[in-house]
Design a protein around this ligand. Structure first.
Ligand code: PGA
Length: 222
């Protein structure tokens, strides 16, 4: 199984989301349909919160196409203005991204806080896409997917070379049953290099996922 995760970050309007979904789904050809049907690939779309339900409607009949949040509250449901609790998200979303480096740096999220978020997701049956920046970031053993996102590669156009990504996989010492995802300036031009290594189970794609044609091209390189 290969995972292709579109992380839209803080982008898009409702009209753009409708356009993206319509264009993307129209691109589905027999090859991609077969991959989805045979559990060869999973496509996960992580939009800003307001668009989750809109996208869920578009994908409701599709196998192996999922939605993810970009975060989850560390709090139980209650008086926490602006937070979105696991309890609220359960049965609505499939995944939550936890520990993205942009949240670690801009919102000062600590390992301790991120482990609490992971626990919230686990409690409410939400799978997790847990992000680490290097071997010094611990990850919970309950994570569904572990994503390696070197900060030098995120949003910079400087994707990390395949050898270094694979060597980080070894350093992270990820249990065999947890898929290893790479994120950081993955594009339709460089994705094949990672795929060909046979050691990377998927990609967290930011900028290149904002265009449905580019995102589809990335998936089609499989
Ligand atoms: P990028 O973002 O593809 O724009 O580098 C990756 C990510 O941060 O998820």
């Amino acid at each position: 199984m290969k995972y292709f995760i579109a992380n839209w970050k803080s982008n898009k309007t409702i009209n753009e989301v409708n356009d993206w979904m319509t264009t993307f789904l129209n691109l589905f050809n027999n090859k991609i349909k077969t991959y989805l049907e045979n559990n060869d690939i999973s496509i996960i779309i992580a939009p800003p919160y307001p668009f989750l339900m809109v996208i869920k409607e578009y994908i409701k009949t599709l196998k192996n196409v999922f939605i993810s949040t970009q975060d989850i509250s560390s709090f139980d449901p209650g008086s926490y203005t602006g937070e979105v609790a696991g309890n609220t998200l359960q049965n609505l979303v499939d995944f939550a991204i936890i520990g993205h480096s942009e949240r670690r740096s801009h919102l000062k999220e600590s390992d301790e806080l991120l482990f609490i978020k992971e626990k919230q997701a686990f409690t409410y049956n939400i799978k997790t896409i847990y992000c680490v920046r290097n071997e010094n970031d611990p990850f919970p053993q309950t994570s569904t997917l572990i994503t390696y996102e070197p900060i030098t590669a995120i949003g910079t156009g400087n994707n990390e070379d395949v050898k270094s990504v694979i060597s980080m996989k070894t350093k992270l010492n990820i249990p065999n049953h947890i898929p290893f995802i790479y994120g950081g300036s993955v594009t339709r031009k460089n994705v094949k290099l990672y795929l060909d290594s046979g050691k990377i189970d998927g990609f967290l794609i930011g900028k290149a996922s904002l265009d449905p044609n580019h995102f589809f091209e990335i998936i089609s390189k499989l």
